[in-house]
Each structure stands twice: as C-alpha cells, then as structure tokens.
Design a protein around this ligand. Structure first.
Ligand code: CAA
Length: 261
C-alpha cells in the first residue's frame, strides 16, 4: 500500500521501518496522517512475521513537531474531542502491537511527536534530539497521552514540571531522566535502531511477545496480579517448540534456530 504522509518499509525480514513523511511541516500529525498511521499499524499488527517496528520521522530536523496546529486552530471543543480521540486510538494501537516498537528520534519530538515517541516501547535518540510538551504555549494541555505516558515514564514531578513550563529537554537530559534509553551520534541512529531490531528478531518470537504483554498488562495491575500474569505467560511459552529448541540449543552449546511456534 502507498501512503501520502508515511513511508512503510521492511529493510530486513521481520523488521518494519515506519517513517512519518511530511518534512515540509516537520512531520506534524494532521488528521490524514493519523488515519494513515492507523492503517499502517493495523497492517503491521496483522503480519505474524513482524518482529520489531522502528518509528521515525523524515527530514533532518524533526521526528514529529506535534499535532498539526493549522488544523487545530479553528477547532470547536467537539472537534478537538474527536481529534484527541483519534490521536489516542493511534497511540493505543501502536502501544498494543505485539512486537517491540522503538522510536528513533533524531530532532524535535514535541507535543504529539513526543507523545508518539512515548507510545513506543522505548526511545533511542540522536545527540540532536529535543523533547518537549509545549502545548501550554498554545493554550491547551497535551492531547495524545502526554500527561499519562510521560508521567509513568519519568515520574509525576518531572512530568508536571516539563508540561507546565513547556521546557525543552535535550538528549543528554532525556537520557538522565530515563525518557530515552540510549543516545547516539545522529549519523548512527538508524544503525543503532537496526542493530537492536536484529538482536530482538533473532530471539524466540513468542517469548518476546509474551514478555512484552506481561510488562504492559502488569503495569495496570497489582504486583500480585502482575506476577500471576507472568506465571501464565511463562507456562504458555512451554507449549511452544521454540522453548524446547532454545533450551536444547543451550545444552548442545549451539545457536538456537527459532521458528516462531
Ligand atoms: N503544526 C503545523 N505546522 C508545523 C508544526 C506543527 N506542530 N510544527 C512546525 N510546523 C511547520 C511550520 O509552520 C513551518 O511551516 P511553513 O514553512 O509553511 O511556515 C514548518 O513546519 C517549519 O517550521 P518552523 O519554520 O517553525 O521551523 P523552526 O526550525 O523555526 O522551528 C520548531 C522548529 C521549534 C519545532 C517549531 O516549528 C515549533 O515550535 N513547532 C510547533 C511545536 C509545537 O508547539 N508542538 C505542539 C503542537 S500541539 C499538540 O501536539 C497537541 C497534542 O498534544 C495532541
């Protein structure tokens, strides 16, 4: 399928690279782009051979500079509600993908762009990345999940400080506060993403999927319920041939050949 505002590629088997592609507007998320994102994410979700998704932005300046301000300026409250709901659905769908999703942020990730990165499982940043929730500068609060996901990731005090001041965070600080997991020179960002993606793609696919599910579901549960969920995931893995293969390969001192079953 061809998209107007996205590029969807498979640089290697099992590895998807999704690029928001409106560099003339710093990849701002307008309604059309959100609709395309929903379609692309649904397609990736349906591909049982997909192992990892990398998400990035086109051009050298921005990952995504936010929701499209020119589309929001005249919105009524009802229209804003619908726009936020659409953005939320896209972020939820991205987060709910069964495989790990990694944001590769080379430049600005502001507002809805920061929220898109936060809906990924983790963020690898370039040394030129800039994060922020600048919505209060526009007279609005975040609307695609920033108040919730940023808070869960960096804690309430830091999230509130960043959201209420609209302060921008550069890569080094983003690493220090746990907003990103890794910072690399901008020229090495894609390679860093691909290296991580290849590492994950070589593991047992069911094991990776079950682990992701347990981490995500457990976040909304008590510790006891989360641990019970993990036990169920652990047991389920023993119904796969990949569990036998992984353990047998260890005992035979050879590399495992996983087949996803
Ligand atoms: N929406 C629409 N257009 C945008 C945009 C956005 N969020 N961000 C940038 N653009 C457009 C600019 O209007 C400009 O278009 P023209 O060339 O047609 O004038 C083009 O992209 C290039 O941008 P700048 O000239 O502003 O580039 P710069 O290098 O001077 O500044 C920037 C870069 C600091 C990122 C600046 O563009 C900026 O502050 N952008 C807006 C950031 C923002 O406020 N994001 C939050 C949006 S609200 C939101 O996201 C709500 C939510 O939670 C859902």
């Amino acid at each position: 399928m061809t998209y107007k505002n996205l590029l969807l590629e498979q640089p290697e088997p099992g590895i998807y690279l999704l690029t928001v592609n409106r560099p003339q507007a710093l990849n701002a998320l307008n309604a059309a782009t959100l609709a395309e994102l929903a379609l692309a994410i649904a397609g990736i979700a349906a591909d049982t051979a997909a192992r990892v998704l990398l998400v990035t932005g086109a051009g050298d300046k921005a990952f995504v500079a936010g929701a499209d301000i020119s589309e929001m300026v005249e919105c009524s409250a009802d229209q804003a509600q619908a726009f936020s709901e659409k953005g939320m659905q896209v972020m939820h769908a991205l987060e709910a993908l069964p495989m790990p999703v990694i944001a590769l942020v080379h430049g600005y990730a502001l507002g809805g762009g920061c929220e898109l990165a936060l809906a990924c499982d983790w963020i690898i940043a370039s040394d030129r990345a800039v994060f922020g929730q600048p919505e209060v500068n526009l007279g609005i609060p975040p609307g695609f999940g920033g108040t919730q996901r940023l808070t869960r990731l960096v804690g309430r005090a830091r999230a509130l400080e960043l959201i209420t001041t609209a302060r921008q965070v550069k890569a080094a600080e983003a690493l220090a506060i746990g907003l990103v997991t890794q910072v690399v020179p901008v020229a090495e960002l894609r390679d860093a993403g691909m290296t991580t993606a290849r590492t994950i793609a070589a593991k047992g696919p069911d094991a990776v999927r079950l682990a992701k599910q347990a981490v995500h579901r457990g976040q909304d549960m008590s510790l006891a319920n989360g641990c019970a969920y993990e036990t169920a995931a652990f047991a389920l893995a023993f119904a796969t041939t990949d569990q036998r293969e992984g353990m047998q390969a260890f005992l035979e001192k050879r590399a495992a050949k996983f087949n996803g079953h």
